[in-house]
Design a protein around this ligand. Structure first.
Ligand code: AMP
Length: 540
């Protein structure tokens, strides 16, 4: 039987039109150096049309890639919509990557225009001569930047009509977005998002058992717009007409928490390192967080102590989500199912610290080394594979890591267990596992325990070569400032001894000033491994 339902093509245009038609007075708020920029979805819509018209005039055709190099702000949001709404592809470039990687990514994507925040002009000047396909540079500012021959974004828009007619998106499977993974091996790899995947992913974010994003919300994604579309918040917020709050480059813990307080944010999302910084600040300063109804934390494992901190101290639920650039990113979420609510608080916490059950439409399985599906017993480990309408089918224009896509599944590289309730628990990234005398030690489990210690600010555990055991764990620990003098390595080890088998206990603890971070703010264990590859184990 055919043609039962209308074949409405799901698209970013549908999201844009809905925001303008039903929520024209809702606000988009951006912190700026000279105060706060506020305007409405109604104003935003007109500027998106102006920008769409300008893009056409600059020669952008359907399928062309257009790069952004920017913080979370309203102009970036305009690009988020205008580019896909004329059939082109929004390529969000990670501003924190090394210049050679940025050049590689932009050349590989064959970007036609580079829109950049004016504060990045010196950086752009540095790598611009190496860009092979970029025909226009646009400074997201009032003024042009002569030495880069960059036009001014505002001047570009000023002459454009506010009633530009957007072309019809005929096929929901057309590419709308492109994001490169911060890949730790080989070249960065691009993931193309379609109009359909963005639309369905946005709907998933708004489901009650996911993040339940709704019109009443004032959403503040701390996660950058260059990291997996700020986890989908800009699109999902527009779909439901939620107020959007953006920090621009004001990304220090105090800036973030002030914005949450001042703008009465209800939902926010970011990686654990952000919240570690905020927790340290909240020890000494008071802010009003009573409007916050949900903190979504993902990107790395979330310690129970973090969940408890916000729950007990502020009555704010923290929910952990797992995902990847390749999964748009929402893969799973650790909400507690109703049949588990009769369990003790401690037992419930054991579910909340897992990575959760898959988002609707996402299917999961875990395979052992022989490619056999492991039992869902919460104990047997396997590599997590996922599939679903917002999971990538391949990497963009490369055969690198093509083996990750097989039989309609994507191999995530995460080693997990899955329990009988369907909750995924990440044991480790395959490359972060520590192989000691033929047995595996989970660096994630040790880190989570360390981060729960009241004197520890940051912690990461990495494998270091060992003559007898092949590899042994080394714990790198940043003590909280108040305990720098009084905290000892033996105290760290003693704390772990109470929780883990003796052969899991790190052979050494290194106190460091800071754990290096990746371009998306996670602990950079690859760098740590290199730093400590020649480490001399004490007493050996
Ligand atoms: P990225 O594509 O840069 O966002 O990185 C994706 C990877 O981050 C995943 O494959 C996981 O290893 C890790 N990750 C994401 N969310 C979580 C989480 N909630 N807990 C543990 N690891 C996570």
């Amino acid at each position: 039987m055919q043609g039962l339902m209308m074949d409405t093509q799901l698209s970013v245009q549908l999201i844009l039109e809905r925001a303008k038609q039903f929520f024209p007075k809702k606000e988009i708020i951006t912190r700026q150096a000279n105060g706060t920029h506020r305007y409405t979805y109604g104003d935003f819509y007109k500027r998106v049309l102006q920008l769409a018209s300008a893009l056409k005039q600059l020669g952008i055709k359907p399928g062309d890639r257009v790069a952004t190099f920017a913080w979370n702000n309203y102009r970036h949001l305009e690009l988020y919509f205008a580019i896909p709404c004329i059939g082109a592809v929004l390529h969000t470039v990670n501003i924190r990557l090394a210049a050679d990687q940025i050049v590689y990514i932009i050349n590989h994507a064959e970007d036609q225009i580079l829109f950049f925040d004016a504060c990045f002009a010196p950086l752009v000047k540095h790598f611009a001569p190496e860009l092979k396909t970029v025909k226009h540079f646009v400074a997201m500012d009032e003024s042009p930047i002569e030495e880069l021959r960059a036009e001014s974004y505002e001047e570009l828009l000023a002459s454009q009509p506010t009633d530009f007619v957007l072309p019809k998106i005929e096929d929901e499977n057309m590419a709308a977005g492109l994001c490169y993974t911060s890949g730790t091996t080989g070249h960065p790899k691009g993931v193309l998002y379609s109009h359909r995947s963005i639309f369905l992913h946005s709907m998933a974010i708004c489901m009650a058992d996911m993040m339940g994003l709704c019109e009443k919300d004032r959403a503040f994604p701390v996660v950058p717009m260059f990291h997996a579309n700020a986890w989908g918040y800009p699109f999902a917020s527009a779909l439901v007409g939620a107020t959007q709050v953006f920090p621009n480059h004001f990304m220090q813990p105090r800036d973030i928490i002030q914005l949450i307080d001042q703008e009465k944010v209800t939902v926010t999302a970011g990686v654990p390192t952000i919240w570690l910084g905020i927790m340290a600040l909240l020890e000494h300063e008071k802010f009003n967080l009573e409007n916050l109804r949900l903190i979504v934390i993902g990107g790395s494992a979330v310690p129970a102590s973090m969940i408890e901190y916000f729950q007990k101290g502020y009555n704010i639920p923290v929910v952990q989500a797992w995902g990847m650039t390749e999964t748009s990113p929402l893969g799973s979420i650790a909400t507690v199912k109703s049949n588990l609510l009769s369990l003790s608080q401690q037992e419930q916490m054991s579910y909340r610290t897992k990575q959760g059950i898959p988002a609707s439409c996402v299917q999961i399985r875990a395979l052992d080394d022989d490619g056999k599906e492991v039992k869902w017993d919460g104990e047997t480990r396997g590599e997590l594979q996922v599939r679903g309408p917002w999971v990538a089918k391949s990497y963009f224009n490369t055969t690198e890591r093509a083996e990750a896509f097989c039989d309609g599944w994507f191999s995530t590289g995460d080693v997990v267990t899955i329990d009988s309730e369907g909750y995924i628990a990440i044991v480790d990234r395959t490359k972060d596992l520590i192989k000691s005398g033929g047995e595996w030690i989970s660096s994630v489990d040790l880190e989570i325990a360390l981060l729960s210690h009241p004197k520890i600010q940051e912690a990461a555990v990495v494998a270091v070569p060992h003559e007898k055991w092949v590899e042994r764990p080394l714990a790198c620990v940043v003590p909280k400032p108040a305990f720098i003098e009084s905290f000892g390595k033996e105290e760290v080890l003693e704390y772990l001894r109470g929780q883990f088998a003796s052969w899991w206990i790190p052979n050494a603890v290194e106190f460091v000033k800071e754990i290096p971070k990746t371009s998306v703010g996670k602990f950079d264990k690859k760098r740590l491994r290199v730093m400590y590859q020649d480490f001399k184990w004490p007493g050996e």
